[in-house]
Write a protein that binds this ligand. Structure first.
Ligand code: N01
Length: 542
C-alpha cells in the first residue's frame, strides 16, 4: 500500500495514509518498520533536518548514553544484533547516531520519513473515525492510525529568569547543540544546570575553558561510568547469548538485568551493606538503587545509599565546603534521575572551576555580560544552558491534539496526564503515545520500553484489522483504573518527595504529578501481554 493524494476544496493536497508516526527517533523508525511489515502505508513526520531524535539534537560535549551500548540497542532483528559492532561500554552520541542511520538504511526506512516537517495539529474526525494531521507548513495528512513517537525529553527549557536574550556572548543549550564541535579554549564559560546533561558536559568544557563557573540549583547524585572500550571477546560473548540477555532485560524492573534484591537495607549490618554498595558502585546506573528491596520506598534504607554517595563525593573533592555543596541533601537518592559521570566531582578540584550554590544565592538575571545572582555578577564569554526539558507531556501538548467531539488533549490533561497504559487516551481513538506518561518509559532502559510499546501498537492494530475493525479506543474505566494504579504505586515510593522533572516540578505551573510508572518493565509487559491474550479488555473496537 502506498500514500495516496487527493485535494480539498481549497486545493491543499491531502495525503492519505494508513498510519502516521510523529518523530523519527528510535521509536518512530521502528514503528515505521512494524507498520510496513503489516502492509500498511505509513509515513513518519520529523521536525528536524535528519533522523535520530534525541541523538540528533543532544550533541553537547560528553553526550553519551548511560545504559550500556549492547543493551541500548534494538533486539527485534537478530541479524542486526550480530552484525553491528559497538566500540565502547557506553556509546557516545555520534556512535548511536551512526547506529540509527545504519538501521534506517538496512531496513530501507529513509524513504518513509519526511524531514523538516513539524506537526502542528491532529484532529480526530468523528464522522469517519480518521485523523486530520496538519503540519507547520500547512500540509495535510489523513490517517487512520496516529502514533506520537515524540520522545519523553524533547521540548527543552530555559531558566525562568529575565534577560536570557540580552547576553552578548555565545549561548548554547545542551539539547540544541550546534552540528560542529564548539571550542571553549581560552574562554570564560558559565554552565547553568547540573542534571545528566550538565554533569556529562562540565568535565569536558572544563578541560578547554580558561575559567568555568557552574551554577547549581540542586546537587545531584552521580556515579562513575567507568566507561571503557568494548573488547572483541566481550562483545562476541554477549552476542552468543543475546537472546537470553534480552529476555532477562524484558523481565527486569528497569530494563537492565540486575540481580534481584532479596532483603531490606536495614536488615544487614553496616559493614555488609557498605561492601554491597562498593560491589555495585560504578558498575551501572541501577545497581545501587536495586541493591535492597526497600531503597526506593523506605527513607532510612534510602539514606544509607545516599550517604554512601556523599562519602564518595567527600573522598574525591578536595575542598570540604565544595564537597558539601555538591552533596545532595534535599531529596532521596534515585528520586531525581541519578547520573553517570566521567570525572565530574574531580573537576571541582581544578583551580579554574568554580561552583555557585543557587540555593544560597539564587539566579536573578542574565545580563549582557553574564549571570547575576543575588550575590554578584559573573562575567563570562559563553553561556551553556543544561536546564533540561518540559518532560513527558511538553512535546505532546505542544501539538494541538483534539479527540472525539473536538476535546483538546491539553484540557483533558489540565490536572496532569491520564492514560491507559501510558499508551492511549480515552476519547482519542487510534492515538498511541510511545513511552507516554503512565508507562515505565523514563524509569527504564528506553530501548526495551520503546520496542515493547511499538510491538504492542502494531499487534493491536493487526488484531483490530483481522476482526475487520479500524478503530481502537481505550475505555474511560480502563483509563481511570490505570491512572489510579500509576499514582498509587508512585505514592508508595519516595519519588513524589523530590522536585524533579518526573514530577513536573521543573516547569512553573505544571501539575505536580508523578508521571512515570514504577511497577517495573517486566510486570508492565506481562500485564500488556495478558490484556492481548484476553482479547483486549479495556479497549473498545469498532
Ligand atoms: O535536565 P535535568 P538534563 N535555575 O532536568 C537546572 C536524560 N539524559 O538535560 O534540579 C537554575 O535533569 C536543574 O535544577 P533543579 C536523563 O533522563 C540522559 O540534564 O531543577 N537551575 C537541573 O540541575 C535526564 O534526567 C542522558 O533544581 C535550573 C538542570 O538545570 C534527563 O535527560 C544524558 C533552572 C536540569 O537538569 C534530563 O537531563 C543526558 C533554573 N531556572 C540526559 N531550571 C543519558 O546519558 C533548571 N535548572 C542517557
Amino acid at each position: 500500500a502506498t500514500e495516496t493524494a487527493t485535494s480539498t476544496a481549497t486545493d491543499t493536497p491531502v495525503r492519505r495514509v494508513d498510519a502516521l508516526v510523529v518523530g523519527a527517533g528510535l521509536a518512530g523508525l521502528y514503528m515505521l518498520h512494524r507498520f510496513r511489515g503489516l502492509g500498511l502505508s505509513a509515513v513518519v513526520l520529523e521536525a528536524a533536518d535528519d533522523i535520530g531524535g534525541t541523538w540528533y539534537h543532544n550533541r553537547y560535549p560528553g553526550a553519551r548514553c548511560d545504559v550500556e551500548s549492547m543493551e541500548y540497542s534494538y533486539s527485534f532483528s537478530p541479524e542486526l544484533e550480530q552484525e553491528w559492532d559497538w566500540t565502547e561500554k557506553y556509546p557516545t552520541q555520534p556512535e548511536i547516531l551512526r547506529y540509527v542511520n545504519h538501521v534506517a538504511d538496512r531496513f530501507g526506512l529513509r524513504d518513509g520519513v519526511r524531514l523538516g516537517t513539524r506537526v502542528a495539529a491532529a484532529h480526530y474526525r468523528d464522522a469517519d473515525g480518521r485523523w486530520t494531521v496538519t503540519t507547520g507548513a500547512g500540509e495535510v495528512y489523513d490517517t487512520e492510525q496516529l502514533v506520537m513517537a515524540t520522545g519523553c525529553l524533547s521540548t527543552s527549557k530555559l531558566p525562568e529568569i529575565p534577560g536570557v536574550e540580552t547576553f552578548a556572548g555565545r549561548t548554547f543549550h545542551t539539547a540544541h547543540w550546534p552540528q560542529d564541535p564548539v571550542d571553549f579554549t581560552g574562554r570564560r564559560v558559565a554552565v547553568i544546570g547540573t542534571g545528566s546533561s550538565g554533569i556529562q558536559a562540565i568535565p569536558l568544557i572544563a578541560e578547554q575553558a580558561a575559567d568555568l563557573t557552574v551554577f547549581q540549583r540542586t546537587a545531584n547524585f552521580s556515579m562513575p561510568a567507568n566507561n571503557a572500550p568494548l573488547s572483541d571477546e566481550a562483545q562476541a560473548q554477549r552476542k552468543q547469548r543475546y537472546r537470553e540477555h534480552r529476555e532477562a532485560a524484558r523481565r527486569s524492573g528497569f530494563g537492565v538485568p540486575v540481580e534481584e534484591a532479596t532483603q531490606s537495607a536495614l536488615a544487614v549490618d553496616p559493614a555488609e551493606r557498605h561492601a554491597k554498595y562498593e560491589s555495585v558502585w560504578g558498575v551501572n546506573l541501577v545497581g545501587l538503587l536495586a541493591s535492597y528491596t526497600d531503597s526506593i520506598v523506605d527513607p532510612d534504607a534510602n539514606e544509607t545509599a545516599a550517604e554512601f554517595v556523599r562519602e564518595k563525593i567527600r573522598g574525591i573533592v578536595d575542598d570540604p565546603e565544595t564537597a558539601e555543596t555538591l552533596s545532595p541533601r534535599d531529596h532521596p537518592f534515585g528520586t531525581k534521575r541519578p547520573c553517570l559521570d566521567t570525572g565530574y566531582y574531580a573537576t571541582f578540584n581544578r583551580d579554574t572551576v568554580h561552583l555557585v550554590d543557587l540555593k544560597r544565592t539564587p539566579l536573578q538575571e542574565i545580563t549582557p555580560r553574564g549571570v547575576r545572582t543575588t550575590e554578584q555578577e559573573y562575567e563570562v564569554d559563553d553561556l551553556v544552558f543544561a536546564t533540561g526539558f518540559d518532560a513527558m507531556t511538553g512535546t505532546l501538548l505542544a501539538v494541538d491534539i483534539r479527540g472525539r467531539g473536538g476535546q483538546r488533549l491539553a484540557d483533558k490533561w489540565a490536572d496532569g496526564p491520564v492514560t491507559h497504559l501510558g499508551l492511549q487516551v480515552a476519547g482519542f481513538p487510534n492515538l498511541y503515545t510511545i513511552t507516554g506518561p503512565g508507562s515505565p518509559s523514563v524509569l527504564s532502559n528506553m530501548m526495551v520500553s520503546i520496542e515493547q510499546h511499538v510491538d504492542f501498537v502494531a499487534d493491536t492494530v493487526a488484531y483490530a484489522h483481522a476482526r475487520g475493525d479500524t478503530v481502537v479506543e481505550s475505555t474511560e474505566d480502563a483509563e481511570r483504573g490505570w491512572t489510579d494504579h500509576v499514582r498509587e504505586v508512585g505514592e508508595y515510593t519516595l519519588y513524589p518527595r523530590a522536585n524533579s522533572w518526573y514530577m513536573g516540578s521543573n516547569v512553573p505551573g505544571k501539575p505536580r504529578v508523578f508521571m512515570a510508572y514504577i511497577g517495573g518493565v517486566g510486570n508492565y509487559r506481562a500485564h500488556c501481554d495478558q490484556l492481548a491474550a484476553d482479547g483486549y479488555p479495556g479497549f473498545a473496537f469498532s
